[in-house]
Design a protein around this ligand. Structure first.
Ligand SMILES: Nc1ncnc2c1ncn2[C@@H]1O[C@H](COP(=O)(O)OP(=O)(O)O)[C@@H](O)[C@H]1O
Ligand SMILES: [Mg+2]
Length: 355
């Protein structure tokens, strides 16, 4: 059994089902993200695991213990909230020590543990100062120290970086991941930010409307999105809608508004499909027998430094985007030019079209 085991968990608010028979398992020492759009049920799932919200069905077990009858304060789970929820009238040290006092840890041991975690988050120098005068990044470190000092079986973090500006957020993500790994901590992050999920996680659960669409490591999630939603939510993609016209030897031919394309996929003739390609798989010029080739007019050339995005005119609802390395010479490519593109048939992803 996994360290955290969530089986068939359901949560309803009124007649709205917010978490819909969800299964989820996290191994000991794993850092996992729940990634999905606002309102998909991430926080609700986190709060059910923490015991702050009562599930309407299903089971949650942590470290081999069924949690249904265990109140929040006895689950040995720590939560870091988006707002940090620090006590403004207490010093940094008192904030961190708070949970230990509540758990009846002896004063001398508590003092040692508080010093340890303050060192871990590099906040010793601020220990006796008020938390109200700390920067956002420092407050976040205190919130993490306070969560870790009780030595939880599981750390839950709900959008823990969202109050920080972009640069600091990226630094804190890498720092926190290293810190949690060094402690062998098991953690679940909630985020709607794909870059954050890709940075901090061993595995990412892509959530949509109260369910998990895919649970995989970042590489797999990007290269082999299990659903059209996962394709769209993580990374950029070229997306074309079409209809399957031919089947042969495990390959299908798809007729799109921009041209005929092939893919290695199983669909019946006549199926309406959505075809996806990661933009950096697409190259300029005609391809070979193992490639899909298209022609389309360029609409925009966007130099982004390390890479260049080329947008092409496509039918309504379709999007044709190519990403070239920043070193590629696009000086000859102008909006309005009709350009030939290709990419490997094996990199062509196909999903049932949502009707
Ligand atoms: N206490 C509540 N009462 C009623 N509806 C709620 C409550 N908490 C959350 N919801 C609803 O449940 C859905 C999922 O919310 P939430 O879990 O906060 O999503 P997320 O964290 O993914 O943004 C939303 O539609 C939200 O309005
Ligand atoms: Mg939320």
């Amino acid at each position: 059994m996994a360290h955290l085991q969530v089986n068939g968990v359901i949560k309803r608010f009124g007649n709205q089902t917010v978490v819909d028979g969800l299964d989820f398992a996290v191994e000991r020492g794993e850092l996992v993200s729940l990634l999905g759009p606002s309102g998909c049920g991430k926080t609700t799932l986190l709060r059910m695991i923490a015991g702050l919200v009562h599930a309407d069905g299903g089971r949650i077990a942590l470290a081999g213990r069924e949690l249904a009858e265990v109140p929040a304060h006895r689950r040995n789970v720590s939560v870091v909230f988006q707002s940090y929820a620090l006590f403004p009238h207490l010093s940094v040290r008192e904030n961190v020590a708070f949970g230990l006092r509540a758990r009846g840890v002896a004063a001398s041991e508590a003092a040692t543990r508080v010093e340890d975690v303050l060192a871990l988050v590099r906040m010793q120098a601020f220990a006796d100062g008020p938390v109200t005068q700390l920067s956002g990044g420092q407050q976040q470190r205190v919130a993490v120290a306070r969560a870790l000092v009780v030595q939880p079986d599981l750390l839950l973090l709900d959008e823990p970086f969202s109050a920080l500006d972009r640069k600091l957020r990226e630094t804190m993500q890498i720092e926190l991941k290293a810190l949690l790994k060094s402690r062998g901590m098991t953690a679940v992050f909630v985020t709607h930010d794909q870059d954050e999920a890709l940075t901090v996680s061993d595995r990412i659960a892509v959530m949509n409307a109260g369910r998990i669409e895919q649970f995989a490591d970042p590489g797999t999630l990007y290269a082999k999105p299990a659903t059209a939603f996962a394709l769209d939510f993580v990374g950029l993609s070229t997306r074309l809608t079409g209809q399957v016209t031919q089947l042969a030897d495990g390959y299908i031919t798809i007729s799109t508004a921009t041209g005929e394309l092939r893919a290695n996929a199983k669909f019946s003739r006549g199926s309406k499909v959505l075809l996806g390609v990661r933009p950096e798989r697409i190259r300029l010029g005609a391809g070979g027998a193992e490639d899909n080739t298209l022609q389309a007019p360029v609409t925009d050339v966007v130099p982004l430094g390390a890479r260049t995005h080329l947008y092409f005119q496509a039918a309504d609802g379709d999007r044709l985007l190519c990403e070239l390395p920043g070193t590629a010479d696009t000086s000859e490519t102008q909006p309005g030019d009709r350009v030939t593109l290709h990419w490997p048939v094996s990199d062509t992803l196909v999903y049932p079209a949502s009707v």
